[in-house]
Each structure stands twice: as C-alpha cells, then as structure tokens.
Design a binder for this molecule. Structure first.
Ligand code: MG
Length: 398
C-alpha cells in the first residue's frame, strides 16, 4: 500500500458490520456512504442473503465477508458471488470477523442469540462495540459488561432509546442520576380497549405508525415487549435497578429518551424517528458530523405528548419488569418465550393476547438455575424455548 493511502486510512474508524443485510444494516450503510472520509467498512456479515452481501461488498470494496448459513455460503460461492474476497463461514466465521485485526469497532446488528459469541469475541480482542442486538444484553448482560470493563472497550448503544440516554449522560456524574425515562411510541394499539386487542391480526400488528422495522420488532413494539427488552438492556448498560427505569408513552417518537437528575432537572434527546441519528452518533462517537437525514424544524408547529403506559393493556411490559427483578435466567426466558410466541402469532397459530400468556406461563415454569458462563446462558435459552413451545401446543388445543 502506498504511504499516502495508509496514512489517510489510519485516521478512519474501521468497522466490522455484523448484520449488514437487515434494517439496521441498511441504515448503517446510509451513514457510511455519507462519511467515507471518517468511516471505512472492512468486513460485512449476514445470515443468508448472499446476493445483498455481495452487492454491499462490491460497493464498499470490502475484502472480508461472513455468511452465517453454511449452505447459503456454499451455494453463493458456486454461483460466482464473492469472487476475490475472503469468506468467513458459520458461527466460527462471524467470530473471526469480530476479532479481525483490521477492525476498530464491531457493529453488532445480527438478530438473535447468534450475535452473542461474536460480540464477546470482539470485546476480548479489544474492539469497541456499537450495540444494536438486544439479546446480547438481555441474555448475557452481566458477562458482556464485565468483559467490556475488563478489556477496556466502549459499548456504545445504537438503539435509539439507549443512544438517547447515552447522549444525555455524557459528561454527567453517575451518582447524580435519579432515573432513566425510556420513551415508547406505544405502537398502533396504544388507544385500544382490551376487547379490541383480542381481535388483532398479524397484518394489523405489522403496521407501525412511526418506525419502519423488521416484522419481529414491529410486533414487539405493538405488544410493548420491545420496550420491556429495552428496560432490561438499559439496566445492564447504565447500571440502574428496575425501579429507576421508567417507561413513558410518547406517540410522536421525537424524544427518544430522557434522564432525570437528583435535582429534578430532566435532559432529553430529540430527533426525527430515523435510525440514522443514533447510528451515526454511535459510529462517530465522541465526534459529530453533518447528519444524513433532515432534522426537526421548529419553524413549523410541533406537538409532543407524554403519558404513562397502561400495564393492563400491555402485560408484556409488566412481565419484562418482573423478569428483570427475578434476575438469573428470567430475562433471557422472557426473550425466548416472546420470540416463540411471536413466531406462532405470525403463523396464525395463536391469538394476539396469547403472546403475553405464553411468556407468563414460561416464566412460571422456570427452574432455578445459576448462569456461570455463556454456555449456561445458551442452554437456558434453549430450555426456555422448549418450555414456551410446549405452552404454545397446549394453547392451540384449546
Ligand atoms: Mg428502540
């Protein structure tokens, strides 16, 4: 490499993007296109969508490509995709990318538990983490945060609410924080009555008023299970107990979260509901640069509403708090049961109100186990999925 080129690239932050083909991946690429002078993509990985991965690798001149699904990787290679690039296949391939010497920061945006081991591998290799994957902290928050502390790496939250809290806390002393106020849109059913909730179909639940996201997180947003997962994430990221993390329904999704301090002052972060804002902040942190999406214009009328959440209408949120207070394997079981229930709902096997029923029944059946390491975490996850699947079967028979 010529000296001039290596000197120039030395200043760029080199990113490994795990989960390049999903909705967070797409927004991340939008930010990267606008900031090629500051950010460089050195590796991308996805689960199965090889055609899209190949297009991204060509557009950003990425040498290292990871494909989680081994059969998909094999078929892609046979059909001539990824020519001239180094491929990293399967779970081990994702871990290789996470440790890649050329990477400074790993964007953890792969959905589900398969993001867990690569993220820990990245932390142990001293890479900073931009964290989008919720399961990582919900399942293994204690292990991930302890490893980050031990290896001196920054875990910068990319989720809009946690990124907002992160921005509000910047420069503040932790002992001055009274509580976190996580905002929630409340989803499309925030004004429903309980009887109306019983008739909700997958098609209705897949229409989110403000955010454009994948199907699983859109359903989670409509049940507020997503906010429940975010409360658990916030607990690990910011080290506050459940009773000091409050959820506020804010239908416009403009205030992405707030922090209340001991003197009663409240600091908020505002931006339009686009993921490019929190993604750009976490990738460029501690710096800032021009945004890629137009921001709020206060020369036009703007109204912001806030109200407390209705826990009777959204039992998933109540159950998430209960799981967080129960600690151990309970938060992970909340996540596992919710995933099993949402998949069954999307396949029309259960009704909408069965989703919280399945979570509650799974949490009630949980054996007391001590999680000593990541393998224990993954075992507990598999066990909770089996228990939730049994509950689904019983509900179907009714
Ligand atoms: Mg969020």
């Amino acid at each position: 490499m010529p000296a001039a080129a290596s000197k120039k690239s030395f200043r760029k932050k080199r990113l490994v993007l795990l989960g390049a083909t999903g909705s967070i991946g797409e927004s991340t690429l939008k930010v990267l296109r606008a900031h090629r002078d500051k950010l460089e993509l050195v590796a991308v990985a996805g689960r199965t969508n090889c055609a899209k991965l190949d297009a991204i690798a060509r557009e950003f001149h990425v040498q290292h490509v990871g494909v989680f699904d081994e059969a998909a990787a094999h078929a892609a290679k046979k059909s001539g995709l990824f020519a001239g690039r180094k491929m990293h296949v399967g779970p081990a391939g994702l871990e290789e990318l996470a440790r890649l010497p050329a990477g400074d920061m790993v964007v953890a945006a792969v959905v589900g538990t398969l993001g867990l081991k690569p993220t820990l591998a990245a932390i142990k290799a001293g890479k900073d983490i931009a964290l989008a994957n919720k399961e990582i902290l919900v399942l293994a928050g204690q292990f991930v945060m302890a490893a980050a502390k031990k290896h001196g790496v920054a875990v910068v939250p990319l989720d809009s609410e946690h990124n907002a809290v992160f921005q509000c806390l910047d420069g503040e002393r932790r002992e001055d924080v009274a509580k976190l106020l996580l905002t929630a849109s409340g989803g499309p059913f925030r004004d429903y009555k309980r009887q109306q909730m019983a008739a909700v179909t997958p098609a209705a639940a897949l229409k989110h008023p403000n955010w454009n996201m994948g199907p699983k997180v859109t359903i989670d947003s409509s049940t507020m299970a997503n906010k429940g997962l975010e409360v658990i994430e916030a607990h690990w990221l910011f080290g506050l107990p459940a009773e000091r993390i409050e959820v506020v329904v804010h239908p416009q999704s403009i205030v992405h979260s707030m922090v209340q301090f001991v003197d009663g002052s409240i600091i908020a972060q505002l931006s339009p509901p686009s993921m490019t804002f929190p993604i750009q902040h976490s990738l460029l942190y501690p710096g800032r640069a021009d945004g890629v999406t137009p921001t709020l214009d206060f020369r036009k009328k703007l109204s912001l509403d806030f109200r407390p959440p209705n826990l009777d209408l959204f039992p998933c949120l109540r159950l998430a708090y209960e799981a967080l207070r129960a600690e151990g394997a309970a938060p992970g079981a909340f996540n596992a049961a919710n995933e099993v229930a949402v998949a069954a709902f999307l396949e029309n096997r259960i009704s909408y109100l069965d989703i919280p029923r399945i979570i509650e029944a799974t949490l009630n059946r949980l054996p007391a186990v001590r999680l000593r390491n990541i393998d224990d975490v993954l075992d507990a996850d598999a066990d909770a999925r089996l228990r939730a699947a049994e509950v689904v079967k019983k509900i179907k028979k009714r």
